[in-house]
Design a binder for this molecule. Structure first.
Ligand code: ADP
Ligand code: MG
Length: 453
């Protein structure tokens, strides 16, 4: 079914106008637009564009419910809202959009433009069997950008180090004095383009992506299926490579397996060097742990690192564990020992061996009781802060502690979309990193869950 987005949004805005103060309306609500409507089962996913990260955060936290209600009134269907950025990509980022990282991007001009993560360097990159090919290819690109390995296409599963490696290329070229580079996610590229078309400033957007020596596109699989974006990317690709520029891309799968990718792009993606990064083995995980611990200024004995690496497999989980360990060290004022690590691992690794099995229901009840929020509210749609936060923690715990798939977590918590689950777990993870009190709070809930009884 075709929806008249402009008409719908106009009507939504009229509804909002009477619901909020004039000031709020003019500064926040009015600066939005309905960018897309997608049908998903019996509901509509509405992409609402916002002009700044701050507005996006305000809209999401304070006006989600009202906007959704207005949309439902106008369309007669259940609506979910996705807020998307329509601003120029590098400014006004929400913290959520910067990725799950310890470090924050530097503030000064050049770095800000490029937006590389400070720690994602070759120096901080450990090389093992699973990534040595990709590492060598990345090094070759640094030596001779725009030459043989063009484009460099790095693919692999979640959290294996693709983004780190790609940004390392950027860092290395920066060090060589080349700062005409751009790092963006495929999503940012898309948003930028949509914005450009809307403002009739496609030329400016084109210039931005074409006048660089190195273009890094993260998670490029996301441009598949979007006709205009692929078309534009194709031309960007040709123009940049024609001028001797280098392109590096990451993806969760090889070009041949990206669905709905235009054939001509598929062949371009595969025309340079395609390398995969596999899951890290024990040696590599240990090495990465030592690097990460050092970055955080933490004394981690080799022996302890080994014990952790033996029982935690994913690199992101390794980081998560390291953060927990750091919390423990600060709380107990002890140095890290193998015993401490084993104690924490026992809590984390309840499932192997004799430890009792915890059910999703137990977690729901615990979180509900802890925050004094009913199960109905946790599963419901209300967007009040005192409900949303426990709900996000609930999703986080179901996902990380019970290792339930995203879809399953979404289903358990009131039939939510898996992207909502991703957002929630990402947010909680970052909040734990940023906010000591929250870190303690979640540690507390975890202890109640795993240690007592
Ligand atoms: P991907 O993009 O493949 O999902 P990331 O690049 O985000 O993965 O890596 C996940 C985390 O693991 C990051 O913190 C990254 O620094 C770390 N990491 C991955 N591989 C390595 C490595 N070889 N050496 C050091 N850290 C690594
Ligand atoms: Mg990545």
């Amino acid at each position: 079914m075709e929806y008249d987005r402009e008409k719908i949004w106009k009507s939504v805005m009229e509804g909002m106008k009477v619901a909020v103060s004039m000031g709020t309306f003019n500064t926040v609500i009015k600066k939005t637009e309905l960018m897309a409507i997608k049908e998903s089962g019996d509901r509509l996913i509405c992409e609402v564009g916002c002009t700044s990260g701050l507005n996006m955060a305000m809209l999401d936290q304070r006006f989600y419910g009202q906007l959704a209600a207005e949309l439902e009134r106008v369309t007669g269907k259940k609506c979910e809202i996705r807020f998307v950025a329509t601003m120029s990509t590098s400014e006004h980022k929400l913290p959520e959009e910067l990725g799950p990282l310890f470090d924050k991007p530097k503030k000064d001009g050049g770095w800000k433009k490029v937006r590389l993560k400070e720690n994602y360097t070759f120096e901080n990159f450990a090389v093992g069997v699973s990534n040595q090919m990709a590492y060598a290819a990345a090094q070759a690109v640094v030596k001779r950008p725009g030459d043989a390995y063009n484009p460099l296409f790095i693919y692999g599963g979640v959290g294996v180090g693709k983004t780190h490696l790609m940004e390392a290329i950027g860092h290395a070229l920066l060090e060589k004095g080349e700062d005409r580079m751009l790092f963006c996610s495929a999503e940012e590229f898309t948003n930028d383009l949509v914005e450009g078309i809307k403002n009739k400033s496609t030329e400016r957007v084109r210039g931005k992506y074409r006048n660089v020596k190195l273009l890094m596109i993260d998670d490029v699989q996301f441009i598949a299926g979007r006709v205009t974006v692929q078309e534009e990317f194709f031309h960007t690709f040709n123009s940049l490579v024609g001028e001797g520029g280098q392109i590096v891309m990451t993806s969760d799968r090889p070009p041949a397996e990206i669905n709905k990718l235009e054939e001509r792009l598929r062949s371009r993606f595969g025309a340079g060097m395609v390398v995969d990064v596999g899951p890290a083995d024990l040696e590599l995980r240990t090495a990465i742990l030592l690097i990460k611990a050092k970055q955080r200024g933490m004394e981690l004995p080799m022996e302890a690192a080994r014990v952790i690496a033996e029982s935690v497999e994913g690199l992101r989980e390794l980081e998560g564990f390291l953060v927990r360990l750091l919390g423990e060290v600060e709380m107990k004022k002890e140095v890290v020992s193998v015993e401490m690590v084993e104690r924490l691992l026992k809590i984390a690794h309840h499932n192997n061996g004799q430890a009792r099995k915890i059910t999703p229901n137990e977690i729901m009840n615990l979180v509900g009781n802890y925050f004094g929020v009913g199960l109905g509210q946790l599963k419901g749609d209300r967007r009040m802060k005192n409900i949303v936060w426990p709900r996000q923690i609930l999703m986080y715990l179901l996902r990380t502690d019970l290792k339930l798939p995203q879809e399953e977590v979404g289903r358990l918590v009131g039939g939510r979309d898996h992207t909502t689950v991703i957002h929630a777990t990402g947010k909680v993870t970052r909040m734990m990193l940023d906010d000591e009190a929250i870190n303690k709070q979640i540690g507390d809930i975890r202890r109640k869950l795993w240690v007592s009884s």
